[in-house]
Ligand binder design. Structure first.
Ligand SMILES: *[C@@H]1O[C@H](CO)[C@@H](O)[C@H](O)[C@H]1NC(C)=O
Ligand SMILES: *[C@@H]1O[C@H](CO)[C@@H](O)[C@H](O)[C@H]1NC(C)=O
Ligand SMILES: *[C@@H]1O[C@H](CO)[C@@H](O)[C@H](O)[C@H]1NC(C)=O
Length: 213
């Protein structure tokens, strides 16, 4: 019996210590959360600004027999600016592809992962291409109509994952989705600059828009 009493008194002594430790840890945890939240609110990280600078068309051709198959090859130049003066951006992943009339017509090309410092601007060039991409009859019809006017409305898509860096603090992953409209006069090479055999460069300068998640 005495042993039992003894252990009881010792556990009575330990319990408040555990409670105290638990409360302290909880306070530290919420303190850190509040600090992160305050830094976030005060610094207000802004998403990078993407601009589609130009596109060089190497190829844009549809074959009709037996089905509509589209070949296209573009070299696109994209600039990205970090608008934040106290926050850096890690681009862990950034994929680029093109669509026409809501249909994806090229494969995804990835831009190499980079770190972008405060207010820094990066310029990336990337080849986006698709060969033997089947297009639906209504889209092929639209292509025919576009061919008579000489231009296509292409949409360039950016799909990426970034992290922000405040001092030594690095945030979790943030998913980015943006679109850059590109009106390209593919059948009017005089509107561009000939930069090689079957290669015409078109100046675009179009700001990309963010897609809401
Ligand atoms: C389509 O293909 C033909 C033959 O390969 C080529 O001469 C022409 O330049 C291509 N058109 C475009 C817009 O790339
Ligand atoms: C598409 O590309 C493939 C492979 O390069 C080629 O064989 C085919 O003739 C091309 N089609 C058109 C319409 O240019
Ligand atoms: C794509 O365009 C960029 C910038 O105009 C150029 O530096 C690069 O060599 C081009 N790539 C190809 C494969 O032509």
């Amino acid at each position: 019996m005495t042993i039992k009493e003894c252990s009881l008194t010792s556990s009575r002594k330990i319990l408040p210590i555990i409670k105290f430790l638990f409360v302290t840890l909880l306070l530290i945890f919420f303190g850190i959360l509040t600090a992160i939240f305050l830094v976030w609110v005060i610094l207000q990280p802004s998403k990078p600004c993407f601009i589609l600078q130009d596109a060089t068309v190497f190829n844009f051709n549809v074959s009709r027999n037996p089905v509509n198959l589209l070949n296209s090859t573009f070299n696109i130049t994209l600039s990205s600016q970090n608008p934040n003066d106290k926050i850096g951006i890690y681009y862990d992943r950034l994929n680029v592809y093109a669509s026409y009339m809501s249909q994806q017509i090229t494969l995804r090309t990835s831009i190499p992962p980079t770190y972008q410092g405060h207010k820094e601007v990066n310029v990336w060039s990337s080849i986006v291409a698709g060969n033997f991409i089947p297009v639906a009859p209504d889209i092929a019809l639209h292509l025919d109509q576009d061919q008579t006017t000489g231009a296509i409305m292409l949409m360039l898509h950016l799909d990426g994952q970034i992290r922000w860096k405040f001092g030594t603090l690095i945030t979790g992953k943030y998913h980015l989705r943006a679109m850059c409209p590109a009106y390209i006069k593919v059948w009017k090479s005089a509107a561009g600059v000939i930069v090689g055999k079957n290669a015409v460069e078109y100046r675009l300068i179009r700001t990309c828009m963010y897609e809401e998640e």
